[in-house]
Design a protein around this ligand. Structure first.
Ligand SMILES: N[C@@H](CCC(=O)N[C@@H](CS)C(=O)NCC(=O)O)C(=O)O
Length: 205
């Protein structure tokens, strides 16, 4: 990779951490530019025009081009490396878990972390408050699916770590900040320890 890589991020975000972790495991140099999402810094006219019209981080800047969406950015960094399986079915299966992460996991586990740990329960809107229980149920279901799957496997796909593990790790290992008790998910806890033991692993904070 010859072009400069810059991650536009808020370091508190697990979606941003996915990209930092991918780069670290692959030994890729990554510059960072920080934004405070709580202060609306990704909603300025300049950010919307130049970085991401969707008003969100992470965005991976590659030279003078901008790539939003965490899993797309992870794919950009990892294509052709040991984090992407060579087998065609396994590659599709890896994508399956990355879609699962964005649809079943992140909107529940990550959103409750954001609401309860960063905004605070007392400051939630009525709409948010009404969504806490449905998101709690759906988040627990996602963790249960992961736990059942990992009961007989070390990794989500094949015999080693892939982007499926990287995508699911950030918000899972911080799930307790959203009020999810990880003690109920023993296979998930063992998997978290395996990821933390990977050479080149970096912590989120
Ligand atoms: N699907 C996107 C989600 C991006 C996202 O929700 N970003 C949040 C932080 S994790 C954000 O920028 N929020 C600020 C805002 O919406 O104003 C991804 O995976 O990158």
């Amino acid at each position: 990779m010859t072009e400069t890589l810059t991650l536009h991020e808020d370091p508190r975000s697990g979606n941003c951490y996915k990209i930092r972790l991918t780069a670290a495991l692959l030994g890729l140099p990554l510059a960072t530019r920080h934004y405070d999402i709580m202060a609306g810094e990704t909603r300025t006219a300049e950010f919307l025009a130049q970085v991401n019209a969707n008003g969100r981080i992470p965005v991976l800047q590659i030279g003078d081009r901008f790539l939003p969406e965490s899993n797309a950015a992870c794919w950009y960094l990892a294509e052709g490396t040991w984090l992407v399986p060579e087998d065609r079915f396994d590659r599709a299966d890896m994508l399956r878990w990355m879609f699962f992460e964005q649809y079943n996991h992140e909107p529940n586990v990550a959103t409750l972390r954001f609401w309860l740990h960063f905004i605070g329960e007392a400051r939630l809107s009525e709409h948010q408050r009404a969504q806490v229980m449905p998101k709690r149920i759906a988040g627990c279901e996602a963790l249960k699916v992961m736990d059942g799957y990992l009961a007989t496997r070390d990794w989500f796909v094949g015999k080693g770590p892939t982007l499926a593990d990287i995508a699911l790790f950030p918000y899972t290992h911080k799930a307790e900040e959203g009020g999810f008790g990880l003690g109920d998910y023993k296979a998930v806890c063992r998997w978290i320890a395996r990821i933390e033991g990977l050479p080149g692993f970096v912590t989120m904070d």
